[in-house]
Design a binder for this molecule. Sequence first.
Ligand code: HEC
Ligand code: HEC
Length: 420
Amino acid sequence: MLGRPIGLRARAGFVAVVWLSLIGLGTAPRSVSAETTAVPDHLPLTETPPDTVELGHMLYNDLNISANRNTGCVTCHAHSAGFADPRSAADPEGMPVSPGSVPGKYGTRNAQTSAYATFSPPFHWSEADGSYVGGQFWDGRANSLADQAVGPPLNPLEMAMADKKAVLARLAENPVYLEAFRRLYGVDLKWNQIDLVYPKFGLAIAAFEPTDEFAEFNSKYDLYVAGQAELTAQEKLGLELFNGKAMCANCHTSTPPENYPHTLFTDFTYDNLGIPVNPRIAELHGVDKLPPDLGLGGRPDIAAKHPDGSQEGKFKVSTLRNIELTAPYGHNGVFATLEQIVHFYNTRDTLGEVPDAADPGFGVTGWPKPEVPETVNKTELGNLGLTEEEEAAIVAFLKTLTDDSLDNDLTPESEAPLRR
Ligand code: HEC
Ligand code: HEC
């Protein structure tokens, strides 16, 4: 799967690909990731300018929309790494957070997968769940994909452009973008009405992210559900434990949502697992200690609504699709492997204590204290009583959730249109 170009299965994605090579985007610098250089050049020429999906595809892969023309969405969300950051996957302990466009700058959270993100509903309070639900980011602060996408170019730790005007000026360098924004959105990238034009960038990306490239639903598990593949005895045991004794499915829902045929492995609610600080992040930032990451409760709007601190330390339940490819794990990437995070779920409250996650006994002789102790979930995890074999079975099951892992695709009649 390494090097597989993104967007090829998107509707008529080939048109964008041709336009990419016409305007020279295909020769972007090689340094960032295998994925960014994977623009194919063997597809037929066409005169058709891009539609919104194709424009979104081009923008997603464009490294020019960053301070040093070296970082795009694809840099931190590459297909080869399950649409998370391949640099973190290659070095989960050393690089739990993504390097930004500016040398020496790093993010403060583990890059999430952008795959299956389209299924997260708009952020809202659910009375039934007694929890906030949905939104984009670990803390749900963006309501939709379009709201999410306008953030990274302006984030000094990510694409680090000076302001919206600078982003639009970069886009306007490209005649294909100039024409596409005019034709598709009726705006000119050179206009001074920045706040009118800039959100169209988010709309184009949001048109691309719901394509089937980001939601393949063709893992071994999907094929098993469709009766087209067998799970091994170990994987079956893992599935049973996932739904039963280990209680994973309480949050990583293992049944499809209403009116949709595929399982998403998240209910999009928020919880505090008692994850400890990852000291490596402060180290990358060149400081001894960073302020605690309060997650959902650290958002000013949520903090104002819940002055009791009840939402502090909570983060959005992740999908587990492609989890094998997206190391490290947790919002701060403190767990380098799936074995480690499963062991944490099993023994958080029973193993003993070590001073911090840099301690050699981390996960072996003990776990550090939670970063935000007050709201930790004590009922659904921490002391699951799983044996070593059972932990291994759960990991084996998680690895059946990797898309493209088998050569065959689902038969067309079992495929379903995207929901949103
Ligand atoms: C430098 C790395 C980096 C770049 C560049 C980047 N992202 Fe992200 N992305 C992240 C991180 C880190 C998070 C989680 C941040 C948080 O929760 O505060 C994230 C979160 C997301 C999410 C939320 C997923 C979810 O399940 O909630 C989406 C979608 C996403 N990014 C898409 C994009 C798009 C589109 C672009 C380009 C416009 C982009 N990202 C650029 C690192 C990056
Ligand atoms: C009470 C709800 C809940 C239960 C039960 C639960 N999880 Fe989670 N899971 C979460 C939340 C919330 C996160 C994100 C937490 C964070 O990073 O702070 C998460 C994150 C993860 C991640 C890391 C995802 C990533 O992208 O980094 C993995 C892997 C995972 N869970 C697997 C499991 C397994 C396996 C089980 C059962 C042993 C399980 N979970 C049980 C709520 C839950």
